[in-house]
Design a protein around this ligand. Structure first.
Ligand code: ARG
Length: 460
């Protein structure tokens, strides 16, 4: 088939180059945006007297018929027409004849593809934001139920100090809140119209770029035509924001996986979020959490892929830029699905409160409490630290815990130690006394839940 740009050529390339250069196998996803962009463009051309009203109407009617065919999946995308732009333009010729040729006046595929990408990403980022808010909501609702649920807090994956399970969940809520803010802020850099930048230098036709921007719902225009057709920063930023979301999801997945292991038994995944083994009948595997953790790799890969594509490309458009698409499409899909699955896992998992609490009672995560308590009895902290360290060592030899040491032994350290030491050693006391701002004390956590609910506009 003859190429729409074929005038300068004597032959049509070969099957290998045609297949290698074509992007239609993936950029068909831009069909809706491409048609929207073309309708805005031709509307503007008519308003500016560059095409007639009736030409505009014919072109729009043709584009609408093509859109219907694409929606009904009766449109045949052709590799010979390279990409979505040429596929639609060729189809328009077949629909309405030579007047179709007027659509591409004062436009290039370079500003056309950039426009499509901005429209597409704006729509998808808004949808991803909704999914992120849903996950935040799920975390806060779960946290609301578990302010008083004790669990061991870890550093170095060793029991450190007892914490509230809600506090742990809200740590992730806060990470996702920053991710939400980053996505929101990025919209202003996506919401810019490149349409009318043409190939690279603008156009000789008296176009109205503000009109097309308005028609397409863009808030701003690229003020430099070369930048407008070459910019892919907005995609890099999306991939970077997505990478951070995947980092946060992946860390949470790792914890869900640990917590559902036999060693922890802190949670049990709902059946819908686990799989069995084909050989070991007892297995209940947290596959989906593992898969999200694994999928983080491809998102980071797309970020590095695009950075590397862009590095060293001279201005303005180069075909390298066609490589901006697959990673972006894949990231949109990966992030959307991962957020949805994560929200489902959190919402439906069973929290085994008793196991969590038990784990804080059969450990030494109250050692800091004892050291602090000795300080109140007049012992300098460093000395108290040393004393408690030795007590922990002795306990380990005797296979007992700090709360099992008799009062008489405590009174050998300081005469003034009384029965209140056992209250201090309780995990719940330890948790609730951490009442500093941002700490795990239930008063603080209850406040944090309220603040989060207000942020998310959730009912009490
Ligand atoms: N399929 C191309 C892309 O995605 C569209 C732009 C082509 N422009 C060109 N001058 N060859 O980048």
């Amino acid at each position: 088939m003859k190429k729409l740009w074929g005038g300068r050529f004597q032959s049509q390339g070969n099957a290998a180059t045609n297949a290698f250069g074509a992007s239609i196998s993936f950029d068909y996803k831009l069909a809706e945006e491409d048609i929207k962009g073309s309708i805005a463009h031709v509307t503007m051309l008519a308003t500016c007297g560059i095409v007639s009203e009736s030409e505009k109407e014919d072109i729009i009617a043709g584009l609408q018929r093509i859109e219907e065919k694409i929606k009904a999946q009766t449109f045949e995308f052709s590799l010979a027409q390279e990409d979505i732009h040429l596929n639609i333009e060729q189809a328009l010729h077949e629909e309405i004849g030579p007047v179709a040729g007027k659509l591409h006046t004062a436009r290039s595929r370079n500003d056309q593809v950039a426009t499509d990408m901005h429209l597409y990403l704006k729509k998808e980022v808004l949808a991803i934001i909704d999914k992120l808010v849903h996950l935040q909501t799920t975390l806060v609702k779960k946290a609301d139920k578990h302010v008083d649920t004790l669990m061991p807090g870890y550093t170095h994956l060793q029991h450190a100090q007892p914490i509230s399970f809600a506090h742990h969940l809200l740590a992730y809520y806060n990470m996702f809140k920053r991710d939400y803010e980053r996505l929101q802020e990025s919209i202003k850099r996506i919401d810019i119209s490149p349409l009318g930048c043409a190939a690279l230098a603008g156009t000789t036709f008296p176009i109205d770029r503000e009109l097309t921007a308005d028609l397409l719902g863009f808030s701003h225009l690229y003020s430099n035509s070369m930048d407008g057709v070459s910019d892919r920063d907005f995609i890099v930023e999306f991939l970077s924001n997505s990478s951070l979301i995947m980092v946060h999801l992946s860390r949470l997945c790792e914890e869900l996986i640990l917590w559902s292991s036999f060693e922890y038994q802190f949670i049990e995944m709902d059946d819908a979020y686990a799989t069995g083994s084909s050989i070991m009948p007892q297995k209940k595997n947290p596959d989906y959490a593992e898969l999200i953790r694994g999928k983080s790799g491809r998102v980071f890969g797309h970020l590095f892929g695009l950075l590397t594509v862009l590095k060293g490309t001279p201005l303005a458009y180069n075909k390298d830029l066609q490589e901006d698409k697959e990673g972006m499409f894949d990231t949109v899909q990966t992030i959307s699905m991962s957020l949805e699955i994560m929200a489902g896992m959190i919402e439906t998992m069973t929290v085994k409160k008793d196991k969590m609490a038990q784990s804080t009672e059969t450990d030494f995560s109250n050692a800091t409490e004892l050291a602090d308590y000795l300080v109140t009895k007049g012992i300098p902290f460093r000395e108290a630290h040393e004393i408690v360290g030795k007590l922990v060592y002795d306990c380990l030899q005797k296979e007992i815990f700090l709360q099992d040491i008799p009062l008489s032994a405590y009174q050998e350290i300081a005469e003034t130690i009384d029965n209140s030491v056992y209250n201090v050693l309780e995990a719940r006391t330890a948790m609730n006394r951490r009442n500093s701002f941002g700490g795990t004390g239930s008063e603080q956590v209850r406040k944090a839940v309220q603040v989060a609910k207000k942020d998310l506009r959730l009912e009490d």
